[in-house]
Design a protein around this ligand. Sequence first.
Ligand code: NAP
Length: 251
Amino acid sequence: MPDPKVALITGGGRGIGREIALAFAREGLAVAVAARTPSQVEEAAEAVRALGAEALPVVLDVADAGAIPVAVKAVTDALGPVDVLVNNAGIAESAPLAKTDPALWERHLRVNATGPFLLTREVLPGMLERGWGRVINIASLAGLFGAPYVTAYATSKHALVGLTRAVAAEVSGKGVTVNALCPGYVATDLTWKGARNIAAKTGKSFEEALQSLARINPGGRLIEPAEVAAAALKLLPDGGTNGETIVLDGS
Ligand code: NAP
C-alpha cells in the first residue's frame, strides 16, 4: 500500500465504523468519519487524532443523494482524494413481512444499498485514474442467507453483496478491489436495540434476548467490532481478494 492513504468511513461515529476508523488510524491512514449525529462523528474524529492520524468529521445522511458529492468534496479538500471507501452506515429494523410497510422497505434500501451505490459511484473514477483503491462494504450474514422478520434488511444487504460482486467484476485488474464483510451479530448498539426489541415483544430479559441473538451466530457468541476492523485491515494491502464476501460468524 503506497503513501499515506485517505479513508472515508460511513457510519464512523460509533460501533463497527468507529472501530474501523481507529484501526485505520493506527496504520497511518487519514480518516473521514461520516454519519448523521454531529457529536458522534466529532468524538470519533478526536479519537482518530489522538492516535496521531489526520481526521475529518463529516455530517452526512447517506440516504440524501444530493449530500453525497458535497461530502466527498469536503473530504477531498481537507484530506485528499478518497482511496478507501468503507460503506458501513446501516440500519436494521425488524418486522414480519405483513408489517413491513413500504416506508420501512424504502428506508433500508436507501441507507443500506443506494447510499453505498452513490458513494462508490462518486469515488470510483478517481480510484481508477490513480490505479489504486479499496471499497469495503459492510454487509451481513443476512446478505448471504435469509432470516425471519428482517426482509427489508436482508434484501438491502443482498443488494449490497450484489453491488460488491458487480463492481468488483468491473474494476478487476485495475488496482481497485471491492469486497464485502459479512458479520453475524456484533456487539454494538444495533444488536442491543434488537435485543431490547425482542425483550419487549417476548417478555424475555434483555440478557436472555442478547444470548438468543449470540446463539444465532454459528460460533455461539457475539462478534467484537475489533474483529470486523481486523478483517477490514486485511483488505488494504495489495495482492488481496476482489469480489469476495468474507464471513465473520464468531466460530
Ligand atoms: P450502529 O452502532 O448502530 O452504527 C451504525 C452507524 O451507521 C452509526 O454511526 C450511524 O450513525 C450510522 N448511520 C445510520 N444511518 C445512517 C445514515 N442514513 N447516514 C449516515 N450514517 C448512518 O451499528 P453497527 O453494528 O456498528 O453497524 C454498522 C454496519 O454493520 C451496518 O451496516 C450494519 O448493518 C452492519 N452489521 C451489523 C451487525 C450487528 O450485529 N451489529 C451485523 C452485521 C452487519 P447515525 O445514526 O448518527 O447516522
